[in-house]
Design a protein around this ligand. Sequence first.
Ligand code: AIR
Length: 172
Amino acid sequence: MTTEGEPELMPAPPEGEPALAAAPPVAETAAELEQIDVDAPQVAILMGSKSDLPAMEKAEQELSDRGISSETRVMSAHREPDVVSDYARNAKLRGIKVIIAGAGLSAALPGVVAAHTELPVIGVPLTSRTSVAGGLDALLSISQMPPGVPVACVGVDNARNAAVLAARILSI
Ligand code: AIR
């Protein structure tokens, strides 16, 4: 309904055509959105706990040295599963190109992220206070993904290598 004096938001369809004919299909709109430069970071750096920050900061440093924009977020696949799935599902649409995810112990974060996005995911197995076998627990949790859902895995505590690999994936 339009009030007198106000412009109509949608022009009336030509006679004989249905009113919804002008609306583009949803898939087309999503594809168009992906083309929009939203000034998003190119790489996401995720970690399962604030206690992982000292190790994961090395990825942020390496990316910044190379002029690659990144954003860093703390989210736990076990403690905040909904936050992780929402983030992973929206990452591609936001313009992120590669996701680095670090976690210790039963390190599900990289695998859960990979389950929710088509973006390449690089996992960083981390040592933590109660690690067993020097981080072997996290190393196996990250690298032993089932067929069809790959996670690239760097060495234990080697967040810098994750950033170098992200740069190579981006060809920067
Ligand atoms: N973690 C957190 N949620 C799930 C996992 N696997 C990991 C963190 C951290 C370790 O558990 O990535 O390496 C210990 O976390 P916190 O918060 O107890 O220091």
